[in-house]
Design a protein around this ligand. Structure first.
Ligand SMILES: [Zn+2]
Length: 302
């Protein structure tokens, strides 16, 4: 890594969704006492992203803040609180980083699905894959889901930088602090920051030859009634089966009279099964393909 590519500014944000307490409270904590997230070779900035939504313990006030960013131009000039907040955040970040956007962004989220310690990547940048591989040496159960929807510009906060990702830890209910999950999340952030410190200091980083990457394939919605509400629920035996292979004939839904609905399509690895926030987005779970991604030569490409 040459001098020019060294990481100078890192953003850790939380409370992007106001009812996801892990990130919101960690951001509040680090704003008061940043000692745990400081490293010698770069600046770590903390952002408490959506205090208005946090104040009313809701995901958002007018629209999803984490679908309101677009580094190549505004997503419409609407007056929605979150669109204004997204523009304000971008401006604030440019002030903090001397006209630039942060080199790396980690955005902290929780999920009601049994995702464990997971990363949500939006690209295959060598930096992100190598960091994921490094994290697996510290926390072997970390998994990464690659959310590449080519037709869509999702407008995630972390899409302001190609390096970094969302960290999703669950299951945890919205509006709840679960100390175990909070400390796992802060330990994962610590691992990310240590990785950057090692890169900047040109220290050796040993990783496995490949890492499993769960790549977006499509979404599955609930069967819906004429009024648009779910006509069935996630099947109890499917609940919590995130990152486990779903085969033809496995039960996925069960209706209110107890009738099972079985999976009839191609096998896939589901993620975000029964995520509370996705009922309104028409997603009961997301389907992925699991591929092994080689890690050799990634460092040279940074
Ligand atoms: Zn979230």
């Amino acid at each position: 890594m040459n001098q020019k590519n060294k990481v100078r500014n890192v953003l850790v944000s939380g409370g992007t969704h106001g009812n996801e307490y892990t990130g919101a409270f960690l951001a509040r904590h680090w704003l008061k006492d940043p000692s745990d997230i400081q490293r010698p070779s770069f600046n770590t900035h903390t952002l408490f992203a959506n205090p208005d939504a946090f104040a009313v313990c809701r995901r958002y006030v007018d629209r999803d803040l984490n679908r309101s960013f677009n580094p190549s131009g505004p997503l419409g000039d609407g007056q929605a609180l979150e669109l204004k907040r997204a523009r304000e955040i971008e401006k604030e970040l440019r002030v903090k980083c001397h006209g630039e956007l942060p080199d790396v962004i980690f955005d902290l989220h929780t999920t009601t699905a049994q995702m464990g310690l997971s990363l949500v990547l939006t690209n295959r940048e060598p930096f992100n894959i190598l960091l994921y591989a490094y994290l697996r040496t510290l926390f072997p159960d970390v998994r990464a889901y690659l959310w590449e929807e080519p037709s869509l510009r999702p407008g995630f906060l972390n899409s302001l930088s190609a390096q970094g990702f969302a960290i999703e830890v669950g299951p945890v209910a919205n509006g709840v602090l679960h100390a175990g999950q909070v400390f796992k999340t802060s330990a994962l952030v610590g691992g990310c920051l240590d990785f950057i410190e090692k890169l900047n200091s040109e220290e050796e980083i040993a990783v496995d030859e490949t890492v499993p990457l769960f790549c977006f394939k499509g979404h599955a919605d609930y069967p819906r009634d004429a009024d648009g509400l779910p006509a069935a629920m996630i099947h109890p035996s499917f609940q919590g089966s995130d990152f486990r292979l779903l085969q033809r004939g496995d039960p996925v839904f069960i209706d209110f009279s107890g009738k099972e609905i079985l999976w009839t399509e191609e096998p896939a690895w589901p993620v975000f099964i029964n995520e509370a926030a996705y009922y309104e987005k028409g997603i009961a779970f997301t389907l992925t393909d699991c591929i092994e991604v080689p890690c050799c030569g990634l460092r040279e490409r940074l």
